[in-house]
Design a binder for this molecule. Structure first.
Ligand SMILES: NC(=O)c1ccc[n+]([C@@H]2O[C@H](COP(=O)([O-])OP(=O)(O)OC[C@H]3O[C@@H](n4cnc5c(N)ncnc54)[C@H](O)[C@@H]3O)[C@@H](O)[C@H]2O)c1
Length: 341
């Protein structure tokens, strides 16, 4: 089967991982072009990945007739416009989460995707492709815990990365802690519970890296969710986990419960030394979700080849975003925010 020829925009924190996967680890994909306004990022792709074509202008890359698909890993504020340009140029699109940083823009993206049913659109909620989360989902579908009715989730970035996030200008362009981080957990909750969120209550604070407040965000937040089918959700998100990248999820059902990474250990080795029994933790998202980033791209390529719909669609992007925006509003107002889809 002919390889799917891909152009990727954005070669930052996550973009480098996606580009390396597309160049070397995703069967059926060929990374033919990259786009970035930063010369050093282009040099990385040309020298380290052997990419032949490079662009500094996204529109020009979309106009390249040799490309079948565009992978978008640009700042979240750019996603709607980049999706529009790529799809109007007739390209299949994989876009990183979040879909957009306003509800209006999410709806606009829905219209663009609906107007191009012959093109594949997939959003990067890669946790659904993580082997452990995918296994948990299968077990729930098999009835292992009865009917799930409560999800308790933790998603906290490593403390050692906080200052570079603040220095790089990422925070003001991220859409805020809820849209940037909680959208992953919200998507997982909707997926496991099989129902939509109806209300959100949230609290937030900054205690360690005060610049999060200066840049209009919080460092840590907690939130509670109700679902249409009566289920509940509880979430702790943040930017300052000193032990590593802390992503844990517990799903409680009528006949039992499931825990995914109750300790986000690096592997199954426990080191016994003067510190006691030490389970080292995963360091960051490329380490924790390395296989998921590959598997979601395998899904994207397969959907293009077979015409099948991807497991994560534009409406998952909108609905998770709507809940995340409600979380931001709940945080700012102190009110329980009811959600109207
Ligand atoms: N799924 C995940 O686990 C995950 C993890 C991290 C980031 N993300 C998402 O990926 C996206 C990028 O995040 P990041 O952390 O890599 O950000 P980043 O700031 O490190 O990188 C952004 C990249 O976009 C490039 N860029 C900016 N404007 C551009 C334009 N107009 N055309 C082409 N390239 C442009 C920059 O040069 C840079 O290479 C965000 O939407 C973020 O939410 C997802």
């Amino acid at each position: 089967m002919k390889k799917i020829r891909i152009g990727q925009a954005g070669l930052g924190r996550l973009g480098k991982t996606h580009a390396a996967n597309l160049a070397f680890r995703v069967p059926g994909a060929e990374l033919c072009a990259v786009c970035s306004p930063v010369a050093a990022e282009i040099e990385f792709a040309v020298n380290e990945l052997g990419v032949e074509k490079s662009y500094t202008d996204f529109a020009q890359m979309c106009a390249d007739p040799e490309l079948d698909a565009i992978v978008i890993v640009t700042p979240s504020t750019e996603h709607p416009e980049h999706i529009r340009m790529a799809m109007e140029a007739g390209k299949h699109v994989f876009c990183e989460k979040p879909l957009a940083v306003t509800v209006e823009e999410c709806r606009q993206v829905e219209r663009i995707v609906e107007a191009n049913p012959h093109l594949v659109f997939m959003l990067g909620f890669m946790r659904r492709y993580d082997p452990s989360y995918a296994y948990a989902k299968r077990k729930i579908e098999e009835g292992a815990i009865g009917t799930p009715y409560l999800v308790k989730a933790v998603g906290v970035d490593p403390d050692c990365d906080a200052e570079s996030l603040l220095d790089s200008g990422f925070v003001p362009r991220s859409g805020g802690l809820f849209i940037d981080m909680a959208s992953h957990d919200i998507d997982l909750m909707r997926w496991f519970i099989g129902s939509e969120v109806t209300s959100v209550a949230a609290l937030g604070t900054v205690v360690k890296h005060m610049r999060f407040a200066e840049q209009g965000d919080v460092e840590t937040a907690i939130a509670q969710f109700t679902f249409e089918n009566g289920s509940l959700g509880q979430l702790h998100i943040g930017r300052a986990s000193v032990s590593g990248y802390d992503v844990e999820t517990e799903i409680i059902g009528t006949e039992g419960s499931l825990r995914v990474s109750p300790i986000p250990a690096k592997n199954r080795t426990t080191i016994l030394n003067s510190a006691g029994a030490v389970d080292e933790w995963v360091r960051n998202f490329p380490e924790r979700f390395g296989q998921a980033y590959i598997d979601e791209m395998i899904e994207f390529i397969d959907c293009i080849n077979t015409g099948r719909a991807p497991g994560v669609n534009v409406y998952d992007g909108t609905n998770a975003s709507i809940v995340a925006f409600a979380g931001t509003r709940a945080l700012k107002t102190g009110e329980i925010v009811k959600i109207d889809y």
